[in-house]
Design a protein around this ligand. Structure first.
Ligand code: TRP
Length: 341
């Protein structure tokens, strides 16, 4: 392979979170686990705190967004993203992303934005109706800029983000066809568990739905949340046969218990009858404690020195900006607005 070809095939990983709240187990299985694996595999990745995107539906709550920049950075550091291998940066500190968004906005129609299933769903959830902020409707366009400005092409995301990545590729293809080949195709990377149910059995665990277990939850709280989990309302006595399908405890054991065989056996017992909810809940509490205790400890330690975390973000933002300027020079030339060289 020539060096040009290998550069064209090189994988550059980028992920991001909106700083609107702490991260939960849905994020962990949906994307964070893959972030860690990719950091091991490719050695170099980008992690972006998407504060500009968070403001698209929090314009009136700037303090909330600002406060959560630190929280999501802490979550990602605590799970093991390593600033030496993953460049942490803040979206708003890269003005080239905003600049690139402006040019991309000309390449999508309002009708196409309104049809994006991810945006449609979120609009419904947030109750926007016709009064959707234009910036929110257009967030897939700015997400295209987030991804393409640094040449990234492998994006670990939850299932709900797939239509956004599809639209990113449409935008890149349209740009390339009009202005000449500039951006590469982007691949989403889905996890084995792209969607985690809420503890109440709701379709999705979510920050806004109040039905999630957070990475930073104290052990007592995790225990209480598991004890509240929806199981099978028909499973009244221990001896009764119980349902595994739709049973939240089993959904979480499937996602987090490393001993798949043991889980299989528990399911058989549960379906046969003779296995109480308490037993499976106790097991899940143990499994989650094993996963989350070290994360919680690292997080508490990191949180003692917030300035250090902000410095990691500052440093990363400075590094990333160099690449951003190079991309924008290319884009200006392609769009024929490089008047003064
Ligand atoms: N939209 C993503 C979310 O809500 C966050 C995000 C913003 C993102 N820009 C990104 C994710 C770029 C991956 C790549 O979770």
């Amino acid at each position: 392979m020539s060096s040009k070809e290998s550069a064209a095939n090189e994988k550059i990983v980028l992920t991001g979170d909106r700083p609107t709240g702490r991260l939960h187990l849905g994020h962990y299985v949906g994307s964070i686990k893959n972030r860690l694996a990719l950091q091991e595999k490719y050695g170099h990745c980008f992690y972006m705190v998407a504060d500009v995107q968070a403001l698209t539906d929090n314009a009136e709550r700037p303090e909330k967004v600002r406060k959560n920049v630190l929280e999501v950075a802490l979550d990602n550091l605590a799970v093991g993203l390593d600033p030496k291998r993953t460049t942490f940066f803040i979206q708003s500190q890269i003005p080239e992303i905003a600049e690139l968004t402006i040019f991309f906005l000309n390449l999508v129609t309002l009708a196409r934005l309104r049809r994006n299933p991810t945006v449609k769903n979120e609009m419904k959830q947030k109750g926007f109706g016709e009064n959707v902020p234009a910036g929110f409707l257009a967030y897939p366009v700015s997400q295209a800029a987030d991804i393409l400005f640094c040449g990234s092409n492998l994006i670990p995301v939850g299932e709900d983000q797939l239509p956004v990545i599809e639209q990113v590729n449409e935008i890149a293809a349209k740009f390339n066809s009009i202005y000449g080949s500039t951006f590469r195709k982007v691949e989403p990377l889905l996890s084995e568990t792209p969607r985690l149910v809420g503890i109440d059995g709701g379709a999705k665990a979510g920050k806004s739905l109040g039905n999630a277990i957070y990475l930073a939850d104290p052990a007592k709280e995790i225990e209480a949340k598991v004890m509240m989990m929806y199981t099978d309302p028909g499973h009244v006595h221990v001896k009764d046969p119980g349902k595994v399908k739709g049973n939240v405890v089993f959904a979480y054991l499937d996602a987090f218990d490393p001993d798949k065989e043991a889980v299989k056996e528990l399911k058989r017992q549960y379906e046969r009858g003779g296995l109480g909810d308490i037993v499976i809940k106790k097991r899940l509490i143990e499994v989650l404690d094993h996963l989350l205790s070290p994360i919680r400890e690292r997080r508490e330690k990191l949180a003692e020195n917030p300035n250090r975390v902000m410095e990691i973000l500052h440093e990363g933002s400075r590094t990333v900006r160099i690449a951003a300027k190079e991309t924008m020079a290319k884009v200006r030339k392609a769009v024929r607005i490089d008047y003064f060289g």
